[in-house]
Design a protein around this ligand. Structure first.
Ligand code: HEC
Ligand code: HEC
Length: 332
């Protein structure tokens, strides 16, 4: 962080000092008398005051105790930092695109095609990863760290195996910590289901589970997905007619079935983000009934189905996670 003066009406800047801040500085305030700047370092759990005269540190106070164990704290610091070894140019972090583990709502042009950012909720239970299921462990995001955008040195010593299927867990404490933190995000109960399912959502639930639409043939089980970890040639991928409208696509037209839990907060939809709303997923983005059969549904049945999708998750899925695993769903 730089302390600076604006020296004239043209906005010329006069840098006075560069301040070394702590981990995940999230909030900055000037003191009421203008003599100090206060910085909240969210992952040092403190507030540090600097003099506005000369940038000197004036003092620091602890704000709260750290609720995370050592590994999760290290992983969270790595997820939120734009400093080496995560990057080399200091301008992007994992949390830039996954703020607080959510999605940024953007679709990025990746080498393999357009890819809508995915949220981190329930990640421990939704492997394999990515729309195309090409990554089998969070440790593979070492490729993202070393990739063109982040250009980091990375967390693993030595060369990184090209083959994504080759396991790299257990080879670096820091990479294990990043994976543990990334995997620790749970779902929150849907705000659309605070009092349970509405009447419209209950009607939508029946439509979802009906043989006519066939939604539950792929969006099945507690996570509403048939996706399972498997060797690359045995992955269960589906062509739902979404892979033909992006000329830059190199991996389609078959994709991994995404979980539908938490879908109310992750618009836009589909791997390329071409559906702005859930309504669009079921209508304009499904012209040939390749993605479940929806063309026979009346407008009010479509609305009911959307109300059901928005209500997920409306309960803690059964069976409960094993001991030591994070809860899949936490109260909002
Ligand atoms: C430029 C934005 C951007 C940055 C930076 C970024 N991601 Fe992502 N992330 C994405 C996009 C886009 C996808 C979907 C890509 C795909 O499916 O091919 C994704 C997908 C993921 C997934 C898969 C989620 C799932 O449900 O399958 C994980 C895990 C993930 N990112 C972790 C990370 C970690 C860890 C970092 C930091 C090392 C990171 N991301 C940095 C944009 C980003
Ligand atoms: C043949 C398997 C299959 C069937 C049947 C199916 N889906 Fe899907 N669903 C998928 C796949 C695969 C994707 C990802 C497609 C993509 O990203 O291009 C997907 C994506 C979605 C998404 C967007 C998820 C996101 O995060 O963007 C929603 C919502 C959805 N499906 C709801 C439904 C509903 C409702 C039905 C029934 C009308 C249904 N699906 C039927 C496999 C299926």
């Amino acid at each position: 962080m730089y302390l600076l003066n604006i020296t004239d009406n043209h906005g010329e800047l006069d840098f006075k000092a560069a301040l070394q801040l702590g981990n995940n500085p999230r909030a900055v305030r000037c003191s009421p008398d203008g003599s100090a700047v206060l910085v909240c370092n969210a992952l040092d759990f403190n507030v540090v005051a600097f003099s506005l005269q000369d940038g000197r540190e004036l003092g620091r106070v602890a704000v709260t105790k750290c609720p995370l164990d050592e590994s999760l704290l290290l992983g969270k610091k790595l997820f939120y930092t734009a400093l080496p070894p995560m990057t080399s140019r200091g301008w992007i972090s994992c949390s830039s695109c996954h703020p607080d583990g959510d999605a940024d709502g953007r679709t990025w042009q990746q080498p393999e095609g357009l890819r809508n950012t995915q949220p981190m909720n329930g990640l421990a239970s939704t492997h394999p990863l990515h729309w195309s299921a090409d990554r089998d462990e969070v440790h593979d995001f070492e490729h993202t760290i070393r990739g063109k955008l982040m250009q980091g040195r990375g967390l693993l010593q030595g060369t990184l195996p090209e083959a994504l299927a080759e396991p790299i867990a257990g080879r670096s404490t820091a990479l294990d910590a990043l994976a543990a933190y990334t995997n620790s995000h749970s779902f929150t109960l849907s705000p659309y289901a605070k009092q349970g399912l509405t009447e419209a959502a209950k009607r939508g639930q029946l439509i979802f589970h009906s043989e006519k639409t066939g939604c539950a043939t792929c969006h099945t089980g507690p996570l509403y997905s048939d996706s399972q970890p498997a060797p690359p040639d045995q992955l269960r991928l589906h062509n739902v007619g979404t892979g033909n409208d992006d000329p830059s696509e190199l991996m389609g037209p078959r994709y991994d079935t995404p979980t539908l839990l938490g879908i109310y907060r992750s618009a836009p939809y589909l791997h390329h983000g071409h559906a702005a709303t859930l309504h669009d997923v079921l209508t304009t983005a499904n012209p040939k009934d390749q993605h479940g059969k929806t063309s026979q549904l009346t407008p009010s049945e479509i609305n009911d189905l959307v109300e059901f999708l928005k209500a997920l998750p409306f309960e803690q899925p059964e069976p409960a996670p094993a001991d030591g695993q994070p809860d899949l769903v936490t109260p909002p």
